[in-house]
Design a protein around this ligand. Sequence first.
Ligand code: ADP
Ligand code: TYD
Length: 199
Amino acid sequence: MFIAVEGIDGSGKSTTIRELKRYLESKGHAVYLTSEPTALATGKIVRNFLSETNGDTPLIHEMLALAFAADRINHLREEIWPALRKKQTVITDRYFFSSIAYQSLNVSYEWVKGINRFATLPDVLVFIDVKVDKAVERLTKFRNSTEIYEKRELLQQIDRNYREVIKEFEDKLKVICLDGNLEIGEIYGDIEKKFSQLL
Ligand code: ADP
Ligand code: TYD
């Protein structure tokens, strides 16, 4: 089984993935945990470009979108497909839905979709549904506050983009929305409730 987990910054994605892994392992799954940008050479290129986006140099967003797409091909070839062939349950922290939600802030949605057309659809898309204010509140607690307040508008737009993506893909794969507003101790129960029918 191939699972992609998505959500805006501050949605509690890493925490939720830890709980999801624990749940799936309790059901006997051999879980292969991975993420994008990857730890591969292509992921390093992405991270270098990411730190340059502040400068807003010409075509930086197009270059970044292509770098994410290239990293994704590498991810599939080097990690995801081999793990699936070994019958492991793959959980990826972010996948091409992130490219659609984030890169289409600056470049056209259809173009981003086009350069990602090789990305095989996961069986399950887990979307962490969190109130933008709640995510901002968490981010301010743990990171530099001014930076986060500047990002609120962006997070709102990314959140809207994710909802568009879900509408577009919900008849092509299984979408599970987890409640990102819950306390950490309540996440496991929400996973159990929503995954038990699926397994
Ligand atoms: P993300 O991967 O989306 O950036 P993390 O899981 O790393 O999010 O969480 C960011 C911060 O918010 C962490 O310090 C974490 O302990 C805290 N956090 C995560 N989920 C919750 C939650 N459901 N309730 C309260 N705090 C949370
Ligand atoms: P990362 O350090 O992994 O952050 P997070 O813990 O929030 O996942 O950095 C990933 C950043 O890159 C994050 O802000 C989302 C963004 N991103 C894209 O813009 N497009 C993509 O295709 C992917 C995979 C990530």
